[in-house]
Design a protein around this ligand. Structure first.
Ligand code: AMP
Length: 111
């Protein structure tokens, strides 16, 4: 999607501090961190959110989720972390390219 900021980051057309990438996913620093460490993990494929998942996306999503422990470890989140994905207006989603927030590195508030 040409106008999607996260597609542009994944394609290397917009700047971001990328901490991990492979064939299917990209992880980069959130530009407005809400925790000492705040990363976003996205699939390269443009999927709007959980409600937009289609048959076949299992492979990408499973890969993304299974990479999170490695990305967390490599970025110093040795004591645990929080993962969040916001879906739609009710979930206060701002960027409509599915992403998993990876937060930690300090005292997070309980939810
Ligand atoms: P959400 O409310 O789940 O859609 O959150 C979107 C997140 O993307 C927010 O935490 C923003 O700070 C972050 N964000 C938006 N644009 C960029 C960007 N160009 N580079 C890094 N993070 C971004």
């Amino acid at each position: 999607m040409a106008e999607c900021i996260f597609c542009q980051i994944a394609a290397g057309h917009k700047p971001a501090t990328i901490v991990y990438q492979d064939e299917h996913i990209v992880a980069f620093k959130d530009r407005a961190p809400k925790a000492a460490i705040h990363l976003l993990v996205i699939p390269r494929k443009h999927i709007r959110n959980l409600n937009d998942l289609q048959a076949g996306d299992e492979i990408i999503l499973a890969h993304l989720l299974m990479k999170i422990p490695q990305i967390a470890r490599e970025n110093g989140l040795l004591d645990g972390y929080r993962t969040i994905t916001n879906t739609g207006r009710g979930g206060r989603q701002e960027v409509y390219h599915i992403h998993f927030h990876l937060l930690g590195g300090g005292n997070l508030p309980s939810i």
